[in-house]
Design a binder for this molecule. Structure first.
Ligand code: FES
Length: 73
């Protein structure tokens, strides 16, 4: 766990993704050929797409995080 500047009760959840940016913002494409899974755990190596890394996180932590599923457009 990495402590953030804001106080003892705040922690960073993004440890690796686009850390040079002030804010990570991604857009869902308007046209999609297939359904797409977008990461919400910040652990995917293919961010913003889910690569299943949430499964290991959930197993280790007891958490229940899963991806945002966006259907074909
Ligand atoms: Fe992050 Fe699946 S890898 S939600």
């Amino acid at each position: 766990v990495i402590a953030a500047k804001g106080g003892a009760n705040q922690v960073q959840i993004n440890h690796n993704i686009k850390k040079t940016l002030a804010k990570v913002v991604d857009y869902v494409p308007e046209k999609r050929e297939d359904k797409t899974a977008y990461c919400r755990c910040w652990k995917s190596k293919t961010f913003p797409h889910c690569d299943g890394s949430h499964n290991a996180h959930n197993k280790e932590s007891g958490d229940n995080i899963g991806p945002l599923m966006v259907p074909k457009s």
